[in-house]
Ligand binder design. Sequence first.
Ligand code: SF4
Length: 175
Amino acid sequence: MSRIKLATIWLDGCSGCHMSLLDIDEAILAVAEKADIVYGPLVDAQAFPEGVDVTLVEGAVSSREDLNNVRMVRARSRIVVALGDCAVTGNVPAMRNSIPAAKLLHRIYVEGSQTNARVPNQGVPPLLPQARPVHDFIKVDYHLPGCPPKPALILGLLTELLNGRAATLPVVKFG
Ligand code: SF4
């Protein structure tokens, strides 16, 4: 069996889901026997490659940059996993959703600033009107809830997928 190409990506999240992935501890060695991590904050890859087998997506889709990234992930990945409650439901990033984005930015960068009070237009990707779960924008193959998901659940999912098996509950498969 050829080695699996595994990627991870971090949208609007706190990195806690990636920390939980690292918390599988020495089991990461078993993952490394089956898979090459080809993209993500855990490796020094410059670009998301074509032909990825499994991608774990942390975080909600909150900005135009997130949207471009998640669409690229879908186009280049055979299996996409929404990793954690922010990716699955919007969770913490979605707490802003009742406030119009322009009003929110003004409150933070203008009303809340002592100096240089202006909404930045460089270096900050434009916000979408709301922070939304990943499946609102692309087809998601597996949803792994939790804030963050327990390491044992992440390992269980990876073990199934890296061995070419469809995962079963408690991971929820849509479609
Ligand atoms: S689900 Fe929880 S741990 Fe994961 S990115 Fe969101 S807030 Fe952080």
